[in-house]
Ligand binder design. Structure first.
Ligand code: G6P
Length: 480
C-alpha cells in the first residue's frame, strides 16, 4: 500500500542476522534514529526504505518488503561492488573525511562516484514507487545526498525533507570535491535541508550561492523555477526519558555495581564509548590518560580507563589501520603502566545493547568524548540522561556538535594534549557540589530538547516551507 510518510536512509532500522541454525532473522538496530522517527512512522503508517547490510546474492528472498514490530520496511539490496564503491568508497572514503575536516585524506575515484549516482537513483526510484500521492518523504544522511533531486524529478507532487547527520564543511574544504556542484544540486531537490548546527546551514547556503549561482537570502535559496529551499539547523537528540528510566531500573543499577566491582572498586572510572572511527580522537585521549599516570597525577590503583570501541566499516583501509594503531597503543600502555589485576586501560572491541550501555554510563565517574569533529555525538547526551542523581563528569570536545548545548561540560580542544590532560584531571578531582551544579544544568537541556522534539520541529518546518499544492499534512506523533 502506498505510504503517506516515507523515510529513506542508507540503513534499515533492523540488521539482518544469521541464527546459529543457519536461518536468517532481523534484529532491531540500536540507533537513535529509529526511536526518533518511530512515533511519527506509526501515526502515519509510514514506510522505511534502506539497506539491511550485507550484499545481495546471499538471500534475495529477504529483500521483499516486510513488517517488523508494526513498522513497514522496504529493503534495498546492494551488490558486493556497490557495497565497495558506493558505501565503503564514495560515502566513507570520500564524503566522510571531507565533511569531517579532512581528519583523514579523502580519495577521489570516478568509478566510486558513478556507483554513488547509481545507488542514489535506486533509492530514489524505490521511494517514488512506495510514496502515495502528495506524501512526505524524509531522506537521511550523506550517503543519499543526490536522492532529493532525483526523487523530485520522478515525483514533483511530493514534499521532500533532507537531514544531514554529520557536519557540513566550510566552502574551503567542500570545494575539493570534484562533484561538488552535483551534490549541491542533489540536496536542492528538497524543500527543507536540515543540519545539526547553524554553521552547517550557513556553509551550505554560501556554497549554493557561489557554486550554483542561485539567489539566497538568510536561510532561503530561490530557485529559477520559483521553488524555495530552506536550510536550517535542527540539533538531533536522544530519547532522554527512555535512557533515564533505563538507568533507574534495578537490573541496570545492579549491573553497574558489578562493573565497578570487576574493575576494582573503588577505583574511579574514566569511560569512552565510540564507533572505532578516526574522527573520534580515541588515540589522543588514551595518550593523555597514560601521561597523567606517567606524570604521577593518577595511579592505576585509583583510576582505570574503560574504552569501548564499536567495530565499524572494517573493510575500509583507514579503519583497519586505526584499529591496529589503537590496539598497539593500549598494549603498550598496559604493558608499561599496568600492574597485575590493574590494567590502566580496559579495552573492549564490541558493541553492546542499550541496557549494558546504560550500566556503563552509570558506573562511570568521568565520561570522555573527544572527537576531532562530530556532527552531534549522542553518546555525550546519553551519558547525561543516565545520571539521574546529577553526578559524574563529562569531558567534551569543542568540536562535537553537542558542545553547543552541553556548555557545562569540561570543554576541550582534542588537538591540545596538555589541555586535555588538565581537563581530565580537573574532572577527576571535582567536588561533588561542582559536579551536581554542572550535571543538573545539562540534564535540563537534554530533557527539554529530546529526540521527539527534534522530529516534531523538523516535520513542522517542512510542512510550512513546502509549497507543493498536492502534499498532504503529516500527522504529529502520538506520544505517551
Ligand atoms: C554515523 C552516520 C550514520 C551511520 C552511522 C554508522 O552516525 O551519520 O549514517 O549509519 O554512522 O555507520 P555505518 O557505516 O555502519 O552505517
Amino acid at each position: 500500500m502506498p505510504a503517506d510518510l516515507v523515510i529513506v536512509a542508507n540503513r534499515l532500522p533492523v540488521d539482518r542476522v544469521t541464527n546459529p541454525d543457519g536461518t536468517t532473522g532481523w534484529r532491531r538496530s540500536p540507533g537513535g534514529l529509529v526511536t526518533a522517527i518511530e512515533p511519527v512512522m506509526r501515526a502515519n503508517d509510514g514506510s522505511w526504505i534502506g539497506w539491511p547490510g550485507g550484499s545481495a546474492g546471499d538471500g534475495d528472498e529477504a529483500l521483499e518488503p516486510f513488517t517488523d514490530d508494526g513498522l513497514h520496511l522496504v529493503p534495498i539490496g546492494l551488490t558486493a561492488e556497490e557495497v565497495e564503491r558506493f558505501y565503503e568508497g564514495f560515502s566513507n572514503g570520500t564524503i566522510w573525511p571531507i565533511y569531517h575536516d579532512l581528519v583523514a585524506k579523502p580519495e577521489f575515484h570516478r568509478e566510486w562516484w558513478d556507483s554513488f549516482v547509481k545507488v542514489n537513483q535506486k533509492y530514489a526510484e524505490k521511494a517514488a514507487e512506495v510514496a502515495a500521492e502528495g506524501a512526505t518523504v524524509w531522506v537521511h544522511d550523506y550517503q543519499l545526498q543526490l536522492v532529493p533531486q532525483m526523487l523530485r524529478d520522478l515525483r514533483p507532487d511530493l514534499r521532500i525533507g533532507f537531514y544531514l547527520h554529520i557536519p557540513f564543511p566550510p566552502a574551503e574544504l567542500f570545494q575539493q570535491l570534484p562533484w561538488r556542484r552535483q551534490v549541491l544540486e542533489g540536496l536542492l531537490g528538497a524543500d527543507l535541508v536540515g543540519f545539526q548546527l547553524p554553521g552547517g546551514a550557513q556553509n551550505f547556503v554560501r556554497l549554493v550561492r557561489q557554486r550554483v549561482g542561485h539567489k539566497t537570502h538568510r536561510d532561503l535559496v530561490y530557485l529559477p523555477d520559483g521553488r524555495t529551499v530552506r536550510a536550517k539547523a535542527f540539533p538531533i537528540s536522544i530519547d532522554a526519558g527512555g535512557f533515564e528510566k533505563l538507568a533507574l531500573t534495578d537490573s541496570v543499577v545492579e549491573r553497574a555495581s558489578t562493573i565497578r566491582e570487576a574493575l576494582g572498586n573503588p577505583r574511579k572510572i574514566f569511560l569512552g564509548i565510540d564507533r572505532l572511527d578516526y574522527t573520534k580522537g580515541i588515540y589522543a585521549r588514551l595518550r593523555a590518560f597514560a601521561e597523567l599516570i606517567e606524570d604521577g597525577h593518577l595511579d592505576v590503583e585509583d583510576a582505570v580507563f574503560v574504552q569501548v570501541a564499536v567495530p565499524s566499516r572494517e573493510q575500509v583501509e583507514q579503519y583497519r589501520i586505526l584499529r591496529d594503531d589503537i590496539e598497539r597503543l593500549v598494549g603498550r600502555i598496559n604493558g608499561d603502566l599496568g600492574r597485575i589485576g590493574r590494567p590502566a586501560i580496559s579495552y573492549l572491541h564490541n558493541s553492546y545493547p542499550r541496557e549494558e550501555m546504560a550500566a556503563l554510563y552509570t558506573a562511570a565517574d568521568v565520561m570522555v568524548v573527544t572527537p576531532y569533529r562530530d556532527g552531534m555525538n549522542l553518546v555525550a547526551k546519553e551519558f547525561v540522561a543516565c545520571r539521574p542523581h546529577d553526578d559524574g563528569a563529562l569531558v567534551l570536545s569543542e568540536f562535537a556538535g553537542a558542545a553547543d548545548e552541553l556548555r557545562q561540560a569540561w570543554l576541550v580542544n582534542p588537538y591540545d594534549l596538555n589541555g586535555m590532560k588538565s581537563a581530565l584531571l580537573e574532572a577527576y578531582r571535582a567536588e561533588p557540589k561542582e559536579l551536581t551544579r554542572r550535571m543538573k544544568a545539562m540534564r535540563k537541556t537534554i530533557r527539554l530538547h529530546d529526540v521527539a522534539a527534534w522530529a516534531d520541529a523538523f516535520m513542522a518546518e517542512l510542512a510550512t516551507v513546502s509549497h507543493s499544492t498536492h502534499a498532504k499534512a503529516v500527522r504529529p506523533a502520538k506520544r505517551s
